[in-house]
Design a binder for this molecule. Structure first.
Ligand code: NAD
Length: 283
């Protein structure tokens, strides 16, 4: 049976270290402070915003939430981002996605000052990620890299299949894994014969939002399986992976919940602290 990659435990361990970094900043008169802009009433978004707030408070970071109504215009949202960009007390800005239909989320992301881009999703920081000169990384991708590192799982020379090509998870994770000398394949909804790819993979990462997509017959013995998916099936939270069966074949596997999720929130906080330090060192 595979060993559990305990994201929750790793995130809590890292939170202790981050607290110390925040203490040091505070001793210099600096309090990390970031803003989450949430537009509309998506129920999952509200839960995520609350989870962030809880972890921010635990670590000593100030998180402001700008809850905007579902009929907010693009102009109003852009104006708020401009205001936060130019406020020297604010170290980080992020837009909680998804946004309502009238909002062009890409334009909002592009408006965030890259120096305050805690999600690492501005075009400038996405470019830096692929050019190996980044100073902030999308939290889920960075969280997965650090989780593997914590368990001494090296990426060099490994065959990795990432299922899902989103800007938020699949693509940035591919960039970070390439940087660590993995051979990376990105699969997606139009990929044919997915199992032909996954069967040869040393590491399979699934980030699709399709429950039970990854089954035991799709992975090789001893593979490492990272499940990013968040799905609700019959009132239960599950990932993309058929956990009960895949865990028998995998050497390591992340559970859902308690795997990648807590690391995402932790690495958002790491990004806030990193950007705060960077801004103050440059002053
Ligand atoms: P997305 O909808 O932007 O992208 C999904 C990707 O999966 C697409 O690239 C699509 O081509 C691919 N896909 C869909 N069905 C597929 C199939 N049958 N076979 C192969 N590929 C398929 O989603 P996202 O924002 O990247 O999120 C993906 C999942 O991860 C969601 O469940 C989301 O809730 C979850 N998520 C979790 C965390 C976390 O911290 N645990 C963070 C971000 C996203």
């Amino acid at each position: 049976m595979g060993k559990i990659l305990d994201g929750k435990a790793v995130a809590n361990l890292l939170a202790q270290n981050l607290k110390e970094k925040v203490k040091k900043l505070k001793s210099e008169g600096i309090v990390p402070h970031f803003c989450v802009i949430n537009i509309g009433d998506d129920p999952a978004s509200k839960i995520y915003v609350r989870m962030k707030k809880r972890r921010a408070e635990k670590i000593g970071i100030v998180q402001d939430v700008y809850q905007l109504s579902a009929d907010t215009s693009q102009e109003e949202a852009l104006k708020l981002i401009d205001k936060l960009n130019s406020d020297p007390k604010i170290n980080g800005v992020m837009v909680q996605l998804p946004a309502p239909d009238q909002i062009d989320a890409d334009e909002l992301l592009a408006r965030i000052n890259p120096d305050k881009d805690v999600d690492g999703l501005t075009p400038a920081n996405t470019g830096r990620l692929w050019m190996d000169n980044h100073f902030v990384e999308p939290a889920t991708a960075e969280g997965i890299i650090e989780l593997l590192k914590h368990y001494h799982i090296s990426l060099a020379g490994k065959n990795v299949v990432i299922i899902g090509r989103s800007n938020i998870v699949g693509k940035p994770l591919a960039a970070l894994m390439l940087e660590q000398d993995a051979t990376v394949t990105i699969a997606h909804s139009k990929t044919q014969n997915l199992e032909d790819l996954t069967k040869h993979a040393d590491i399979v990462v699934s980030a699709t939002g399709q429950a039970f997509l990854v089954t035991a017959d799709m992975i090789k013995d001893g593979a490492i399986v990272v499940d990013v998916g968040i799905n609700h099936v019959n009132g239960k939270l599950v990932g993309d992976v058929d956990f009960e069966n895949v865990k028998e074949k995998a050497s390591y596997i992340t559970p859902v919940p308690g795997g990648v999720g807590p690391l995402t929130v932790q690495f958002l906080m790491e990004a806030v602290v990193k950007l705060t330090r960077r801004q103050n060192d440059r002053r």
